[in-house]
Design a protein around this ligand. Structure first.
Ligand code: NAP
Length: 320
């Protein structure tokens, strides 16, 4: 009997591939920086029992309806807005993601981005490199304080809670808004629940950590930016689709809010001529929230474990 066929949509660690090859026939898109072309993905999916996918692959009805052998799509991300989960259910394809293993790494990056934006680190780095430093001066590159300020977290899931934990170390006052209230976490971390509007009005920093869903799409728009303090700093390392980028650009340009730190964008990758990059008030990163060598390796291993479980007829470790 031939071995099940696993298709991996991006070049990943050799060790993880070797491990899968002990049980399965494995093929991999060999590029690290380039998304697998749609026609190649559709073609491989038709033969595959399992796909190890990235957030850049659209796993939609077209693909799922043609892939008769497919049993599992193991997404190497905690977010799964690239997958039509309802369609997968209809086609009896199990979908898995990689929660928890990336929580601390993504929270570290989110807090780094908050600090870099508040204290204008990229501008300060360029200032020296561009040879602009003439002398110490009282307000040279003066940013905003972080300690003792109010941090509002929208979406208090695993990463949101890990961000809150970091903030308590900076003596921040942490408030949150979430779909469901989490009273146990409130008392553990000493944080408070507010309505969404109260959070927008009270926060010095607003951090979004929700998934991208039909409910959260465009959640941050002209109306929400208008409700924020004009000294507020907006941080997004969830998904670009939660923000209306035109509205964010205008809010920054008009001084409705002070600055923004963004790890994610509506259409990635963005190019250097993206309007938001023309603003000094924006600190932009290329979607590197979970990108540490250790964590990305753990995410690959977890995706591979999910594939092994499902193809062995067992329950996956982290089903969606
Ligand atoms: P999680 O544990 O599932 O947390 C998501 C939280 O958002 C949950 O508490 C959920 O509420 C809440 N939520 C969902 N819909 C909401 C809504 N409409 N309004 C308010 N709150 C809502 O997920 P996580 O591991 O923390 O990850 C969160 C997201 O971060 C992922 O979905 C992904 O898109 C993004 N992410 C980005 C990177 C990066 O590289 N930048 C890395 C990892 C993750 P309930 O408690 O009621 O379910």
């Amino acid at each position: 009997m031939s071995k099940p066929f696993v298709y991996i949509t991006r070049k990943i660690s050799n060790d993880v591939v070797k491990d899968l090859e002990e049980y399965f026939t494995v093929e991999m898109w060999q590029e690290e920086e380039e998304v697998v072309p749609r026609d190649v993905l559709l073609n491989k999916a038709k033969q595959a029992d399992a796909i190890l996918s990235m957030l850049t692959d659209s796993i939609d009805e077209e693909l799922l309806s043609q892939s008769n052998n497919l049993k599992v799509v193991a997404n190497m991300a905690v977010g799964y807005d690239n997958i039509d989960v309802e369609s997968a259910k209809r086609h009896q394809v199990t979908v898995t993601n990689t929660p928890d293993v990336l929580t601390d790494t993504t929270a570290d990056l989110t807090f780094t981005l908050l600090m870099a934006t508040a204290r204008r680190l990229p501008e300060a780095v360029d200032y020296i490199k561009d040879d602009l430093w003439k002398s110490w001066s009282p307000y040279m590159l003066a940013g905003s304080d972080i300690h003792h300020k109010t941090l509002g977290i929208v979406g208090l899931g695993s990463i949101g809670q890990a961000v809150a934990k970091r903030a308590t170390g900076f003596d921040m006052n942490v408030i949150y808004y979430n779909r469901s209230r989490k009273e146990e976490v409130e008392s553990q971390l000493g944080i408070q629940y507010t309505s969404f509007d109260e959070l927008l009005e009270q926060s010095d920093f607003v951090v979004c950590m929700t998934p991208l869903t039909t409910e959260t799409e465009g959640l941050f728009n002209e109306e929400t930016f208008n409700k924020m303090k004009n000294t507020a700093i907006f941080i997004n390392s969830s998904r670009g689709g939660v923000v209306n980028e035109d509205d964010l650009y205008h809010a920054l340009k008009q001084g409705d809010i002070k600055a923004a730190g963004l790890d994610v964008f509506q259409n990635e990758p963005i190019r250097a001529d993206h309007p938001l990059l023309s603003l000094n008030e924006v600190v932009a990163l290329p979607h590197i929230g979970s990108s540490s060598v250790e964590t990305r390796t753990e995410m690959m291993k977890l995706a591979a474990r999910n594939i092994k479980k499902v193809l062995n007829g067992e329950e996956p470790v982290t089903p969606v």
